[in-house]
Design a protein around this ligand. Structure first.
Ligand code: HEC
Length: 426
């Protein structure tokens, strides 16, 4: 039973009909109003509940979408990273490959050179029980180490390829690079951890410029101590009386020797060891080189030493040897210099060359300088006449004659007279 009904019974008795019904009415109105208000509130709650459910669903959708995007992003990043790693790896493989190519190349090059050097060295100084050279023929020793020359060339080729790849790699890398803008960066000032060191060494090191200057002075003193006596002494090379300056033709031949790079394969210095003097002849004396400007000692012996080649072979031998080394020395690896047989000897500078030698202290007389070309032609004619007996015609104007004259002169002066020391040069 509603509240207004219960109230109406008691109230109507005590308050009188009219007041009671008024109150009841008011109560009833309030009740209705409350009820509708309550109803509305409920509605609102239901709506809110709906909103929450909707919101939840939306949120769920959003999260799923976000998750998906994130996954995609991560996959893309991973792919990029993997690509980068693969790129770096392939770069690395390329670099490592280049490194190994160069390393193996240089090792092959060196080892074959060492083995060849030791082998040939031992052969060149091998004597038999009778005291004769076991390998008297130089070419024999060359042929023994020839395979090692090929291996060395192969090693050098590997190294060269490695170097070229490296250069290409650097070029491609630099070309493909994108410039990185400068970034501002700052760092705190370095702090002095060590306690100040006042020792003389630290003080020197703290002043690199002064230190360099002191070092220069110290080193110069060492150098001067060695140099000054050499410069101050009139001559530190004992002059040998029978050693004379080259004739103009020989001087031209010597220039050809230099031009053709003969010194790259031939030394002109016999060392005072039995294996050398047995093979080449008397060892070289300093006095024999006084007119050589510059000297042709050489640094390698792909071929034999030439210091005492003068007079060893007839002129025609040298002629044929230069034309084709294998014709006189079977198996020779010396390249042919056949153009020397055909090219004209240029004598336009001969006088100037003698003059230059005079400036350097070679005692040519003024007459010798003036008559240089005439002398040259006379000597060339003599050699050409000799060659003519072997069927070589009119060689006197060719370069080969000058080279032969030089080769035939080499190391012969000392044989002309017993070793006699002349007055020191002024
Ligand atoms: C690539 C190295 C090489 C060059 C460059 C070279 N030679 Fe030779 N030469 C040899 C060899 C190896 C021999 C030993 C085999 C032979 O007799 O041909 C030799 C031998 C000689 C001989 C004979 C030596 C002897 O005692 O039997 C003479 C002379 C000679 N060379 C002169 C020259 C002259 C001159 C030139 C420059 C125009 C020259 N060579 C350039 C490698 C070279």
């Amino acid at each position: 039973m509603p509240l207004s009904g219960k109230l109406s019974l008691g109230l109507s008795e005590k308050l009188g009909e009219e007041v009671a019904s008024g109150l009841i009415n008011a109560f009833n109105e309030m009740e209705v109003a409350h009820r509708t208000e309550f109803q509305e509130l409920r509605h609102d709650i239901a709506r809110l509940e709906n909103r929450v459910v909707e919101f939840r669903a939306e949120l769920k959708q959003d999260i799923t979408a976000l998750r998906f995007e994130l996954k995609q992003d991560m996959a893309a990043m991973r792919g990029e990273l993997l690509q980068k790693i693969a790129g770096v790896q392939s770069e690395l493989i390329k670099w490592t490959f280049v490194f190994w190519l160069g390393t193996i190349g240089i090792v092959v090059y060196m080892v074959s050179m060492w083995v060849a050097g030791v082998t040939q060295g031992l052969m060149l100084r091998a004597f038999d029980a009778q005291g004769f050279l076991v390998y008297g023929n130089f070419t024999e020793t060359v042929l023994r180490v020839l395979p090692l020359y090929y291996i060395r060339a192969f090693g050098g080729l590997l190294y060269l390829i490695g170097m070229l790849m490296l250069v290409v790699n650097v070029w491609v890398t630099v070309r493909g690079a994108t410039p990185v803008p400068d970034e501002e960066a700052s760092a705190p000032a370095l702090q002095r951890n060590a306690p100040p060191d006042r020792s003389w060494q630290r003080r020197l090191e703290a002043h690199p410029l002064q230190f360099a200057l002191w070092a220069l002075i110290a080193v110069s003193i060492g150098g001067l101590v060695e140099l000054v006596p050499l410069l101050a002494a009139k001559s530190n090379v004992p002059v040998i009386a029978s050693v004379k300056p080259y004739t103009p033709l020989e001087l031209e031949g010597r220039d050809l020797y230099v031009r053709e790079g003969c010194y790259l394969c031939h030394s002109q210095m016999i060392r005072p060891f039995r294996a050398e003097t047995e093979r080449y002849g008397d060892y070289s004396k300093a006095g024999e080189f006084v007119y050589d400007h510059p000297f042709q000692f050489g640094s390698r012996r792909i071929g034999p030493d030439l210091q005492r080649i003068g007079g060893k072979y007839p002129n025609i031998w040298h002629y044929r040897h230069m034309e084709d080394p294998r014709s006189t020395s079977p198996g020779s690896i010396m390249p042919p210099f056949a153009w020397l047989l055909a090219d004209r000897l240029n004598t336009s500078d001969t006088v100037a060359k003698l003059r230059a030698m005079r400036t350097l202290g070679v005692p040519y007389t003024p007459e010798e300088v003036d008559n240089a070309v005439k002398d040259l032609q006379a000597q060339a004619q003599a050699i050409a006449t000799d060659l003519a007996t072997s069927g070589v015609q009119s060689a006197e104007t060719r370069e080969i004659v000058a080279l032969i004259a030089y080769l035939q002169r080499m190391g012969t002066d000392i044989k002309k007279a017993p070793l006699a020391l002349a007055e020191p040069r002024p």
